[in-house]
Design a protein around this ligand. Structure first.
Ligand code: APR
Length: 383
């Protein structure tokens, strides 16, 4: 018997495990993949200010985010013309930090294991039972009972599907655009760069001293960028970034990023609580996916601790409402941002193109709008 069975060792599950461990609450983490898969899974990661505060508050900043690079400027380039957005100065000094997600995951994993944590890799066929009484979790080769189950097993995990369908309402939204991303041996930009152009959206981010990750909007169904010759990709980047002198370089990785959103409500059923991608998916615009996962884990750790240590189940009962408020707030922000940078394209409705430009102009003309944007980028504490 353990206090909390955590399904999944991604950012949500590992953050929850560490926070519970700090609070003296027992937990067992069941992860379907092996350790090297979990440690080497490459994903982008911008920890917003609020996300990094979670670790600072728990005394884990040194263990988890030491050496992280602090973001200052975001370049928003409009038809080749640079505009530098100084987020921290508009958000009272609050800023995000760049931490590759696999580094964060590795550090969380090591910290939990070094603290004596029980993490079972390669736990196949996880199934949840008796969620309305004393939950039981079975997996190939084992079984455990727990007071509560935390479903942190991502979008394709088993936890959300263990909730009776009649108890859940789900919302899905297809943004009608896709991103093609390439990793290239190309000098990184000085600041994170997003370019708005009639040729379509493009972005460039540093990935080490000599390489960059680029993103290019494409039209799903109408074109398949995986078939683009690399020369065409460079041509598109030069056009969209408004930089005819952008040097080309070897492209070492090509991927498609889906632009979709999903929310399941409520994020709880009896003694099961969903956190992170198990409950919601958000587009990469605004970089909130990982931050939402961490925020859920933080709220859940506090609520489980109140229930198990202080016999106060109030925070647990309001867990779903608390997290859904932030989830929808970030979904709206991500959609707002997506429209601003994508609707300028030549294929967009002309009225929407003008609205997107007005949205962009407001950021530079109205300090309150700039402060709101910076605040959302930095992340919000509880609403
Ligand atoms: N049983 C046990 N573990 C499972 C199962 C299962 N049936 N299904 C999935 N898992 C594991 C996955 O192998 C993975 O390690 O659950 C973990 C889920 O991790 P993530 O998908 O990273 O989800 P989450 O922790 O919510 O983090 C969200 O992921 O979408 C990205 O970058 C986005 O930052 C965001 C982050």
């Amino acid at each position: 018997m353990t206090d909390v069975a955590i399904i999944g060792a991604g950012p949500a599950g590992l953050t929850l495990a560490n926070l519970l461990q700090r609070n003296g609450i027992s937990c067992v983490v069941l992860e379907s993949r092996d350790r090297s898969h979990v440690e080497d899974r490459q994903r982008a990661g911008v920890l917003d200010h609020y996300g990094s505060e979670i670790f600072a508050k728990a005394g884990l900043a040194d263990a988890v985010i030491a050496g992280a690079y602090r973001e200052k400027f975001l370049e928003l380039r409009y038809e080749g013309e640079p505009h530098f957005f100084d987020g921290p100065s508009h958000a009272g000094g609050r800023a995000g930090v760049i931490v590759p997600q696999q580094l964060l995951v590795r550090r969380l994993l090591t910290t939990f294991l070094e603290g004596g944590g029980d993490l079972r890799f390669a736990a196949k066929d996880v199934a949840l039972h008796d969620l309305t009484t004393t939950p039981r979790v079975t997996y190939a080769g084992g079984e455990l009972t727990a007071s509560y189950v935390a479903g942190c097993d991502g979008f394709h995990g088993v936890s959300r599907g263990s909730i009776p369908a009649a108890e859940l309402t789900t919302y899905s939204f297809d943004h009608g655009i896709g991103w093609y991303t390439v990793l290239a041996e190309a000098p990184p930009p000085r600041h994170a760069l997003m370019a708005i152009s009639e040729h379509g959206f493009a972005a460039q981010f540093a990935r080490g001293p000599h390489s960059s990750r680029f993103y290019l909007e494409y039209r799903p169904g109408a074109e398949d960028p995986r078939e683009w010759p690399d020369d065409y990709t460079w041509e598109q980047l030069r056009l969209r970034l408004g930089d005819p002198d952008l040097p080309g370089g070897a492209i070492t990785d090509k991927e498609i990023v889906e632009m979709r959103s999903f929310v399941a409500e409520p994020m709880a059923y009896a003694n099961l609580f969903l956190a992170g991608d198990a409950a919601h998916i958000i587009t990469p615009m605004g970089a909130k996916g990982m931050n939402l996962a961490l925020a859920d884990a933080d709220v859940l750790a506090t609520a489980l601790t109140a229930a198990l240590r202080d016999a106060d189940d109030g925070p647990l009962r309001s867990y779903s409402d608390t997290c859904l408020r932030r989830t929808w707030d970030y979904q709206e922000f991500s959609r707002w941002f997506t429209e601003m940078v994508h609707d300028a394209g030549a294929q967009s409705d002309p009225f929407r193109r003008r609205l997107a430009k007005a949205r962009f102009d407001r950021l530079w003309a109205n300090p309150k709008a700039a402060a709101w944007f910076a605040d959302m980028m930095a992340g919000t504490a509880l609403l």
